[in-house]
Design a protein around this ligand. Structure first.
Ligand code: ADP
Ligand code: ASP
Ligand code: MG
Length: 411
C-alpha cells in the first residue's frame, strides 16, 4: 500500500464547493489502495485578512500572538474537509500541526521545522483514516504555536513526506504545475514537465510564489520528489527532482527554464561613504543583526576616497532598514541615504547556463532592445538577475520569455 501526501493550497479550499471537490479527490486516491495524508492551507485569502485585521488593532503586534491568530486559518480548512470526507462515509480525522507532531524551533512567524514526530499520524492511518493536517503551523519547545512563513503549508507537506518516507508528495494549486513564467502574467507561459530542485529554489527565491523556497530546500535535502499539479484538472503536472535524475533520464532540458519577477523589492543607496576597510562590514553586519535580509549589493569605484553602496531588501523591511541606515549614516558621516521603491527584479533561471556561454549577453541585449535600463546585476551558477524600473517589469518578462524561445508556440 503506497503512502501519498496531498497538499491543497488556499485557492483549492476557498469555498464549500471546492472543499467538496478536494474531498472527492482525496477519497478517490484512497479508494485505489493508498494511505492518504492531506495537508491544507487556510481558505482563499484568510491569512491576508487575518493579517489586515491584526494591523487594524496595532502596528506592532507580538509575534507570538500573531502566530496564534494566523494558525486559526488552517484550522477552518482541516475541520471542514474532515466533515466533507465524513459525509462521503469515509473515515477522516483532522489534526493541528501540534497534534500531528510538527515540531519547530523557538522563532515565531518564520519558524523552522526541527522534527516530525509521526506517531499519532501513523496510529490513525493504521485505523484506516484519511489524516488531514493543518499546514503552516507547528509547536515549539515552549509549547507555543508557531507558523512557518508565508506559503509554509508546502513545507509542512514536504516535511511530513520526508518524516514518513512517503511514496509521493503531490502539491495542488490553481495552475497545471510550474510554468516557464507566471501563467497569470503571460498567457503564453508553458508548463514544465520536469525541473531540478536548484532551478525551483532559484525561481521561488526570485519571486515565483508557486512553491515556497524552504519547502524545496527540505525536499532536496531529503530527496522528496514533488509533483506540482492542478486541483481542478487531472493533467500531469511538474515533477521537481534532482538534476542528476533529469540528466540520467535525458529528460527535456532548456537553456532557460524559467523567468521570475519580483516587485517586492526596494533599493537603498548610501552616498559618499568613506573608502576604508570595515565600512561594508559595519553596514551589513548591523542590518544582519536586526534580521534584515539583503539581496543584491553593488559598490561604485572610489573617487576622492569616497564611494557609494546600493543594495536591495524586501519591501516589508523598508521602514526597519531606513531607521537603521539613518543611524549608520550619522556615524559614518554619509552625505545622503536614498530609497527607491519603484524598482523590480527580473531573473532568468536554468541549469543550461552551466554549459552555455553568452546567456547573460543575450539577456542584456533583449532588455536593451526593449529600451529597458539595468540598474543592478547579480549572477549565480544557474541564475541572472537584474534590477530594473518597476514600470518595465511586465514588458521585460514578456520579451525575455519570447527571446529565449519559451512560449508555447516556440516549442
Ligand atoms: P496555493 O494557494 O495553492 O498555495 P499559490 O498562490 O501559492 O497557490 O501558487 C500558485 C500561483 O503561483 C499561481 O496562481 C500562479 O499565478 C503563481 N505563479 C507564479 N509563478 C509561477 C510559475 N512560474 N509557474 C506557475 N505558477 C506561478
Ligand atoms: N496560509 C498560509 C499563507 O497564506 C500558508 C500557506 O498558504 O501555505 O501563507
Ligand atoms: Mg502557496
Amino acid at each position: 500500500m503506497a503512502l501519498v501526501v496531498m497538499k491543497f493550497g488556499g485557492s483549492s479550499v476557498a469555498d464549500a464547493d471546492k472543499i467538496k471537490l478536494v474531498a472527492s479527490k482525496v477519497v478517490a486516491k484512497k479508494n485505489i489502495g493508498n494511505k492518504v495524508i492531506v495537508v491544507v492551507s487556510a481558505p482563499g485569502n484568510t491569512t491576508d485578512d487575518l493579517l489586515k485585521m491584526a494591523n487594524k488593532i496595532t502596528s506592532n503586534p507580538s509575534a507570538r500572538e500573531m502566530d496564534m491568530l494566523l494558525a486559526t486559518g488552517e484550522m477552518i480548512s482541516i475541520s471542514l474537509l474532515a466533515m466533507a470526507i465524513d459525509s462521503m462515509n469515509v473515515k477522516a480525522i483532522s489534526m493541528t500541526g501540534s497534534q500531528a507532531g510538527i515540531l519547530s524551533d523557538a522563532s515565531y512567524t518564520c519558524a523552522k521545522i526541527k522534527k516530525v514526530n509521526p506517531k499519532k499520524i501513523k496510529v490513525w492511518l493504521s485505523k484506516n483514516n484519511i489524516v488531514i493536517v493543518a499546514g503552516f503551523q507547528a509547536l515549539n519547545s515552549n509549547g507555543d504555536i508557531t507558523t512557518l512563513g508565508r506559503g509554509g503549508s508546502d513545507l509542512t507537506a514536504v516535511a511530513i513526506a520526508a518524516g514518513l518516507d512517503a511514496d509521493s508528495c503531490e502539491i495542488y494549486s490553481d495552475v497545471d504545475g510550474v510554468h516557464t513564467t507566471d501563467p497569470r502574467l503571460v498567457k503564453d507561459a508553458r508548463k514544465l514537465d520536469y525541473l531540478s530542485y536548484d532551478e525551483m529554489l532559484e525561481m521561488a527565491g526570485s519571486g515565483a510564489q508557486v512553491l515556497q523556497s524552504r519547502s524545496i530546500e527540505v525536499a532536496k535535502k531529503f530527496g522528496v520528489e514533488i509533483h506540482a499539479r492542478n486541483t481542478f484538472s487531472e493533467n500531469q503536472g511538474t515533477i521537481i527532482t534532482s538534476e542528476d535524475k533529469i540528466r540520467r533520464n535525458k529528460m527535456e532540458t532548456l537553456l532557460i527554464s524559467g523567468i521570475a519577477s519580483d516587485k517586492n523589492q526596494v533599493k537603498f543607496t548610501l552616498i559618499d561613504l568613506p573608502d576604508i576597510p570595515g565600512v561594508a562590514a559595519k553596514i551589513f553586519g548591523r542590518l544582519a543583526k536586526i534580521g534584515i535580509n539583503v539581496d543584491m549589493i553593488i559598490q561604485s569605484a572610489a573617487i576622492n576616497k569616497k564611494n557609494d553602496i546600493s543594495f536591495t531588501v524586501n519591501k516589508h523591511e523598508m521602514k526597519k532598514t531606513q531607521i537603521e541606515l539613518d543611524e549608520i549614516a550619522t556615524e559614518l558621516n554619509v552625505s545622503e541615504v536614498l530609497c527607491d521603491e519603484n524598482i523590480a527584479k527580473i531573473s532568468i533561471i536554468g541549469i543550461g547556463m552551466k554549459s552555455n556561454t553568452g546567456v547573460a549577453a543575450k539577456m542584456f541585449e533583449i532588455l536593451s532592445k526593449t529600451g529597458i535600463n539595468i540598474e543592478m546585476i547579480s549572477t549565480s551558477e544557474i541564475k541572472i538577475s537584474c534590477i530594473i524600473d518597476e514600470f518595465d517589469i511586465t514588458k521585460a518578462v514578456e520579451e525575455l520569455h519570447k527571446g529565449f524561445g519559451l512560449s508555447k508556440r516556440s516549442k
